[in-house]
Design a protein. Structure first.
Length: 510
């Protein structure tokens, strides 16, 4: 028991001794940490004071540099202001000197004007005195002298103008005429076609007169059925073995001819059979026109046309003008227009297409009101043909003023194709009437002594009275006659108008 108590006391003593040692150790550590913290604080304060001094020093240096810069800039600005002020002063002095110079010049000009006015007044007085003296010597007033002078000048100017006009005409004839003839000759030589133009057949051959009776039918019912179905007139007269088909529409005439030929070959002629034959003939003619239009387009080199344009153009297969087939004439015109355009450097495709389609309106001119040129241009525009081509179609008879080289080329090509020898023919009656009309137009002009249509109406020669017509009047007569012929007549090709003014002096030796 005693041992246990002794052990417990020994343990308590040990514990107290250990706790004291720990307390002593902790106290020593706390003293050491406090000292180190104080030393660290002192170092931080010393570093802050040093940085503060550095910042104050840098700010003072920067302030000094800025002050120096500002003082330098102020000195420069003062110097520049001084120079500007000096220049302004110099300019002001120069301006004052110029003002003084202008004032002196103005004064000098006033003096000169006064001197000029004085001299002018003296000159007018001298001129008036000279005029009075001249009027007294010449026995003419000023107005009379002016009139005589103007008459003399007018006569001299007219003579000079006439001479120059003749010189220009000779120069143009020597250059332009030769060039045009060369181009046209080249185009014609490069394109050759048949001389005799084909014409539309309108007579149907029949085997016998008995067939005429079948065509007429009982009480004329067959012939009436044919005429009603085709829109033509059948002429059955005493002509042996032939029936004449008459109609202003060449397509309907061709349909009637084919249908009638089919009926004659078959021998069965009655209204039902007539209707079938006419429908079959229509399809055949439409197919023929379409094939002919495509072949013509390929031959002329005009491609990519609208199908409706080709459909209308195909009707020209059965259209003739003065005996010339219009489709062949269109192909020929396209070739000639393309050759001329190539020689002149114009648009070849526009000229070619314009020449090919220039008579497009003739296919439907009996169905639509208006001239064939305007109708053809409207059809072309409707199906989006180029405007340049439509204009060439519209202007090829000068119903519209041509505004392009290609339009003029199409006019030329049309005239060459229609005017070449053998291309067209006309009746004797219309030929004589045309010549008489030409001579009548010329004789209606004042001062014309006689007129003669020569070279089959391709040239009109006019003889004028020389005592009434001078050279300028002769030129005017030629121009007026040409314009009146163009406005009032229809003719193939072109007509040359020549005015002859001849003065003859005759005397007799006795």
């Amino acid at each position: 028991m005693g041992l246990v108590i002794a052990a417990i006391i020994a343990a308590l003593v040990g514990l107290l001794v250990g706790g004291g040692a720990v307390y002593a150790t902790r106290k020593r550590n706390d003293s050491t940490s406090l000292l180190e913290a104080e030393q660290q604080a002192n170092r931080l304060l010393a570093e802050a004071e040093r940085q503060q001094k550095d910042l104050i020093l840098a700010a003072k240096e920067e302030t000094l540099a800025l002050r120096t810069t500002l003082e330098t800039e102020m000195r420069e600005r003062r110097a520049e202001a001084g120079r500007i002020e000096q220049r302004l002063t110099q300019r002001e002095e120069n301006f004052d000197r110029k003002v003084e110079s202008f004032e002196r010049r103005e004064q000098s000009l006033r003096t000169r004007e006064e001197e000029i006015d004085r001299v002018r007044s003296e000159a007018e007085q001298f001129r008036d005195s000279q005029r009075s003296e001249l009027e007294r010597v010449a026995h003419l007033t000023l107005d009379e002298a002016k009139a005589e002078l103007l008459d003399a000048v007018d006569q001299e100017i007219r003579e000079e103008a006439s001479r120059r006009v003749r010189e220009m005409e000779r120069e143009v004839e020597a250059t332009a005429g030769m060039r045009a003839r060369k181009i046209l000759a080249t185009a014609i030589q490069r394109y050759t076609s048949e001389v005799t133009a084909e014409s539309t057949v309108s007579v149907v051959q029949i085997p016998s007169d008995e067939m005429k009776g079948r065509i007429i039918g009982r009480e004329g019912r067959n012939i009436r059925a044919i005429e009603a179905a085709t829109g033509v007139d059948l002429i059955i007269d005493d002509t042996p073995d032939a029936v004449t088909v008459s109609c202003f529409d060449p397509v309907r005439r061709e349909i009637a001819r084919i249908a009638l030929s089919t009926l004659v070959q078959d021998g069965r002629i009655h209204p039902t059979r007539i209707e079938d034959a006419v429908n079959k003939a229509k399809r055949e003619v439409e197919s023929t026109m379409a094939d002919a239009a495509e072949a013509a387009s390929a031959e002329a080199g005009v491609l990519n046309l609208h199908p409706e344009v080709l459909k209308v153009f195909g009707r020209l297969r059965y259209r003739t003008s003065y005996g010339q087939n219009v489709m062949r004439h269109s192909i020929e015109t396209a070739h000639i227009a393309a050759m001329i355009a190539r020689e002149l450097g114009a648009d070849v495709e526009v000229a070619r297409t314009g020449g090919f389609l220039h008579d497009l309106g003739k296919a439907i001119d009996h169905e639509v009101e208006g001239t064939h040129a305007r109708i053809g241009a409207e059809v072309a525009r409707r199906y989006r043909v180029k405007e340049a081509v439509a204009h060439a179609i519209e202007a090829h008879h000068e119903e519209v003023e041509p505004t392009s080289v290609e339009a003029v080329i199409v006019m030329m090509a049309d005239a060459v194709s229609g005017g070449r020898p053998g291309a067209r023919r006309e009746s004797l009656e219309s030929y004589i009437k045309r010549l008489e009309t030409l001579e009548g137009i010329a004789r209606d002009q004042k001062g014309v002594e006689s007129a003669f249509a020569i070279q089959a109406g391709r040239e009109l020669r006019i003889i004028v009275k020389p005592e009434q017509i001078d050279d300028l009047e002769a030129m005017r007569i030629a121009r007026d006659v040409s314009q009146k012929i163009e406005e009032t007549m229809e003719y193939p090709g072109q007509i040359k108008v020549t005015v002859v003014r001849e003065t003859r002096a005759t005397d007799y030796a006795r």
